[in-house]
Design a protein around this ligand. Structure first.
Ligand SMILES: Nc1ncnc2c1ncn2[C@@H]1O[C@H](COP(=O)(O)OP(=O)(O)O)[C@@H](O)[C@H]1O
Ligand SMILES: [Mg+2]
Length: 385
């Protein structure tokens, strides 16, 4: 029977044999090994890996390779799937160590994307560069069989804003904290680094509620680009794309402000946001016209713990973020200033629970998922509490 190799440990003898095996594989350009296939050491004894293994280069051109033992899937999107990295194998002269975390104590994930006509290797490299700049700790992508690109990055702790918003009973103070956290993320990850994200959506924002204040992190830099780069490459997730994104550019930082505005509207329970591309709005012109005329009247659906003055301020701020005319949109600093000044007032108790009316909100999410371009979401639905 062949030996099974995987975390948590390796004997010194196996580590030596494995080092030799990997060196031979590297010479032949092999960087990926499938689970439960039979491989052979130089003495012809056989072994198997208990999970997929990927070899990647170390950062900043340091010599040697690292071996990622890929675990369970944790999420998927339009182009790729993201998996946990169970452990990274470090092989060097002194032996072999499986490391579960990086030097900052953070675990890693790996994103697998299939190269396609609209997802070229250069766009994957772009995702790597932008993600790295924005603090995701992305490692240089590895392409296997000229088809699958694998990119290792930090596991951002927390949950998708999308999932969090499915919980109807979030109090207004939590919604304000979420809004501020998302604004900070846009400022710190994007504006400070001169990056356009171009795919801001509740699925691409991870919220860590264990941090004080709550921390939001933007992920998925698949459509991102440097601010100065002029390109009209298609971008964005249907439902959050600004009119100019729908029309194919040109785009700028204000295009992100539009998507951000809609995300904030959702945090404050805009109900019934309809995705552009349904049967009634099949042309680009119709979709762009819809994006120019989103109506915010249904914000605060079911929220009875937000005072009227705050509602007016929030709605006004969102309306300036989602202006149809790109040049008229509010900038991130002004938006941050508005929410920093916002002073939620106590509201007289009413008979219903804060954040009630879950059914209406639930209908948004379920209809959004049914019609969404993101089929990866189709298996998930919001259970209203
Ligand atoms: N670095 C990360 N840390 C934690 N979760 C992640 C990370 N990257 C992606 N995910 C999870 O995987 C999902 C899909 O990844 P994403 O990069 O958005 O792929 P896609 O480009 O296909 O939308 C995300 O919505 C999120 O839940
Ligand atoms: Mg995504």
């Amino acid at each position: 029977m062949s030996k099974i190799i995987g975390p948590p440990t390796l004997t010194d003898e196996t580590a030596n044999m494995l080092s030799e095996f990997f060196a031979g594989e590297a010479r032949q350009g092999v960087h990926f090994w499938s689970p439960f296939r039979i491989y052979h050491f130089s003495d012809n004894t056989s072994f198997q890996f208990c999970q997929p293994v990927l070899a990647r280069e170390r950062k900043d051109g340091k010599p040697g390779l690292r071996y990622e033992f890929i675990g369970a899937e944790m999420g998927s999107g339009a182009y790729g799937e993201v998996y946990h990295v169970d452990a990274t194998l470090v092989l060097n002269d002194t032996g072999a160590v499986f490391k579960k975390t990086d030097k900052h104590g953070q675990r890693r994930v790996i994103k697998k994307e299939e190269l396609q006509h609209d997802r070229s290797l250069s766009s994957i490299h772009n995702e790597f560069n932008m993600g790295k700049l924005a603090g995701l700790g992305s490692k240089s992508p590895v392409v296997i069989d000229e088809r699958d690109a694998y990119m290792v990055m930090r596991n951002i702790r927390g949950e998708e804003l999308f999932d969090l918003l499915c919980q109807a009973s979030l109090p207004a103070r939590k919604r304000l904290a979420l809004t501020k956290a998302v604004l900070r993320a846009v400022k710190e990850q994007l504006r400070n680094n001169h990056i356009l994200h171009l795919d801001i959506s509740p699925e691409n924002i991870i919220i860590d509620q264990t941090r004080i204040p709550i921390k939001a992190t933007l992920i998925d830099f698949g459509f991102s680009r440097p601010e100065h780069e002029l390109s009209e490459r298609c971008c964005g997730k249907e439902g959050y794309t600004s009119p100019e994104m729908v029309e194919g550019g040109p785009v700028n930082a204000n295009s992100d402000m539009y998507s951000l505005g809609l995300v904030i509207a959702l945090i404050w329970r805009l109900d019934g946001l309809v995705l552009y591309m349904d049967n009634e709005r099949s042309t680009i012109e119709e979709q762009a016209a819809y994006a120019r005329t989103i109506v915010l009247d249904s914000m605060f659906t079911g929220l009875d713990d937000v005072d009227e003055e705050s509602k007016a301020l929030i709605k006004n701020a969102v309306s300036w973020a989602i202006r149809g005319n790109n040049e008229e949109r509010i900038g991130i600093d002004d938006l941050i200033a508005i929410f920093d000044r916002l002073n939620l007032q106590p509201v007289a108790a009413s008979s219903s629970q804060p954040g009630g009316s879950g059914l209406i909100w639930g209908s948004f999410f379920s209809s959004a998922q049914n019609r969404a371009v993101s089929p990866e979401k189709s298996g998930r639905s919001c259970v209203m509490l």
